[in-house]
Design a protein around this ligand. Structure first.
Ligand SMILES: [Ca+2]
Ligand SMILES: [Ca+2]
Ligand SMILES: [Ca+2]
Length: 215
């Protein structure tokens, strides 16, 4: 009985511990949010309300990893208060590949997603010239999709021992554009809200320890 319990534990915990980088999201249902609500206190913020990008952030489009920064406020910004996560402007994600490039030392990145359909967006994380981790439609588990509305506030955190977040590539089908806004990046002073899976893992390990000790 004891042996069975331990095997069961390893089997369930393994996929969780191998999951690279921490991905989480906050539902748009509680909009508007303060920085504290979003756990982005102390991070740099780009709100896309003017033509200048925050220091440490580049935005570009193209199909190779060699990002040529080509952010153009006049053509890349979508003006809609229904989609914005602050102010009235957002970055339109209308190309197949839209790149966000961050200053060295960036450990956490977060942004609001709006106007996204459930079938299209993917996020690919690049370090150097290599895609080190691919999140195949990470949005699918977050729900809240729909055109013309805010969907959720996405977040990725590098865990201890993992490389900095250099670049994220947002992949969409050009027939299904979306927008992002209130990009936060840097070193978070507050951790993301733990995922239900993390809670489950903690609960599970607690229960297993209890059971092992009892035996
Ligand atoms: Ca904005
Ligand atoms: Ca700006
Ligand atoms: Ca859309």
């Amino acid at each position: 009985m004891r042996k069975n319990t331990i095997v069961f534990a390893v089997f369930l915990m393994l996929p969780l511990s191998l999951y690279a980088y921490n991905i989480s999201a906050i539902s748009a249902a509680g909009f508007p949010f303060s920085n504290s609500d979003l756990n982005i206190d102390g991070m740099e913020i780009e709100d896309f309300e003017d033509a200048t990008l925050a220091n440490g952030l580049n935005v570009g489009t193209g199909d190779t990893v060699n990002l040529t920064t080509n952010f153009n406020f006049n053509t890349d910004i979508v003006n809609s208060s229904a989609l914005a996560w602050d102010g009235t402007n957002s970055l339109g994600v209308t190309s197949s590949f839209t790149w966000l490039e961050f200053t060295p030392g960036t450990r956490s990145v977060a942004f609001g997603v709006s106007d996204a359909e459930s079938t299209t967006p993917d996020i690919v994380l690049f370090n150097g010239s290599t895609a080190v981790s691919v999140f195949n439609n990470p949005f699918s588990s977050f729900g809240g999709f729909g055109n013309g509305v805010r969907n959720f506030y996405f977040r990725i955190d590098a865990q201890e021992g993992e490389a900095d977040i250099e670049r994220l590539r947002l992949d969409i089908s050009i027939n299904f554009p979306m927008t992002i806004d209130r990009v936060a990046f840097g070193v978070a002073t507050t951790p993301p809200i733990p995922e239900p899976s993390s809670f489950f893992a903690l609960l599970l390990s607690g229960l297993i320890l209890f059971k092992i000790r009892k035996n």
